[in-house]
Design a protein. Structure first.
Length: 169
């Protein structure tokens, strides 16, 4: 028996997979109305869209989990892979300039996102618009500062809950 025959099949991981992250970014890029965004801004937008309740926005799209701020550290490669998947299908545009690589929605981005008509897609569409309206006025430096000042707090409520449970009264 070959070593491949004894390996279990790969586990499908739809949550935060490159495909899911890439699709979420299509909603953001459609909401950005052809304004280019670099990878770091898209990583931040993805976090803020999924965990909008952390920043006094709409109810978070996904449940709050402990230490969710750590997502920012692992999203870069997954999100980049998702953007590359969407680019390979011509659903977004890459721009290269002195500042590096940026991503931009196109007419096809908007048309594709418009075809999605289920409750989750509507929630994404609404939150993507909210994120872009709320955070696009911030410079890259201001956005980074905002995230640096707040990221450690998000998910820490679970630490407080655990500490309260450990108290002996």
């Amino acid at each position: 028996m070959s070593p491949q025959a004894t390996r279990p099949p790969p586990i499908a991981r739809p949550f935060n997979s490159p495909l899911e992250c890439g699709l979420r970014m299509l909603f953001v890029l459609a909401a950005s109305k052809a304004t280019p965004c670099d990878l770091q801004r898209l990583i931040v937008y993805d976090y803020l869209m999924v965990h909008s309740g952390d920043v006094e926005g709409p109810v978070s799209l996904h449940p709050a989990v402990p230490f969710r701020g750590g997502e920012m550290l692992v999203k870069r490669d997954v999100l980049k892979a998702g953007l590359d998947q969407m680019f390979s299908k011509e659903l977004l545009e890459k721009r290269f300039d002195a500042g590096g690589i940026s991503y931009c929605g196109t007419a096809l981005t908007t048309a594709f996102v418009g075809l999605m008509a289920n409750p989750y897609s509507e929630a994404l569409r609404w939150r993507a618009r909210w994120v872009v309206e709320r955070f696009s006025p911030l410079s890259d430096h201001e956005l980074t500062t905002f995230m640096d000042e707040n990221l450690g707090r998000w998910g820490a409520e679970f630490d407080r809950y655990t500490a309260l449970n450990d108290l002996e009264l």
